[in-house]
Ligand binder design. Structure first.
Ligand code: VGL
Ligand code: ZN
Length: 236
């Protein structure tokens, strides 16, 4: 028994959503998230605890409207208006078919059955794995989950304060039982404290904040944490 049968309400089809574990969000990448690589062992260890494993990928065309470089005179970190919505400007990142947009080579991809691409519209950013920021278009993630009878999603990845947060909030809004695997996330913290505030926001919205140790018994042992009772109740 390797995976604790973590069920809050008898969730039947558990899906792990690995958010944006792409080279550009790893140290050395174009939009490096501090400690981003530290979540890869977590992702690899817990995949076997899930019925379905999905990855999302930020997948921008060159010159995407979220890139500071697309707006003459603008700077990274500046807030502008894009298609009528507030938009933070980023360095060029996750450009389609570049190495920066590839999933990290440190991620075990063998059990990933679907990659959800987002952020393709040059004028609309898409932090959530479900919808663009204007909630005008869906990515297909909801349909994929519904068609497979998924009732619980477990979200982890990068970045806590952007794509993880909006994916988890949309999960709750769509009526899915939604968990955040907190140690499987890292934030960009454009403003210090953003990642911590994002976790509070998710919790307040009804996201169940858990640790990977509550899922993966062997991983807990590997990290020197005493093994729990398989099937034991989660501590929140
Ligand atoms: C992300 C900023 C811009 C993310 C994507 O994956 O959290 N953040 N694009
Ligand atoms: Zn992006």
């Amino acid at each position: 028994m390797w995976c604790r049968n973590l069920t809050l309400r008898g969730d039947l089809m558990k899906t792990l959503i690995l958010v944006d574990l792409q080279n550009d969000f790893m140290p050395g990448g174009a939009l490096a998230v501090p400690g981003g690589h530290e979540v890869l062992p977590v992702a690899n260890a817990i995949q076997r605890c899930f019925d379905i494993v999905i990855a999302t990928a930020d997948w921008h065309p060159p010159g995407h409207g979220s890139f500071a470089s697309a707006h003459p005179g603008a700077r990274v970190g500046q807030l502008i208006e894009l298609a009528g919505m507030p938009q933070m400007l980023w360095p060029d990142h996750c450009v389609q078919n570049t190495s920066g947009a590839e999933l990290s080579p440190g991620l075990d991809v063998a059990r990933i059955t679907k990659i959800i691409y987002k952020g393709m519209d040059p004028n609309v950013d898409s932090y959530s794995g479900f919808f663009d920021n204007g909630r005008q278009r869906s990515t297909g993630l909801e349909d994929y989950l519904r068609s497979r009878g998924v009732d619980a999603i477990y979200v982890m990845g990068l970045a806590t304060d952007y794509c993880v947060k909006f994916t988890a909030l949309d999960g709750v809004a769509l009526g899915l039982t939604t968990y955040l695997i907190e140690d499987g996330c890292r934030g960009v913290d454009v403003v210090p404290g953003d990642a911590i505030r994002a976790v509070s926001e998710m919790r307040a919205a009804g996201v169940h904040v858990i640790s990977s140790r509550q899922l993966d018994v062997s991983g807990g042992a590997r990290r020197g944490i005493p093994e729990g009772v398989p099937g034991g109740a989660p501590r929140e």
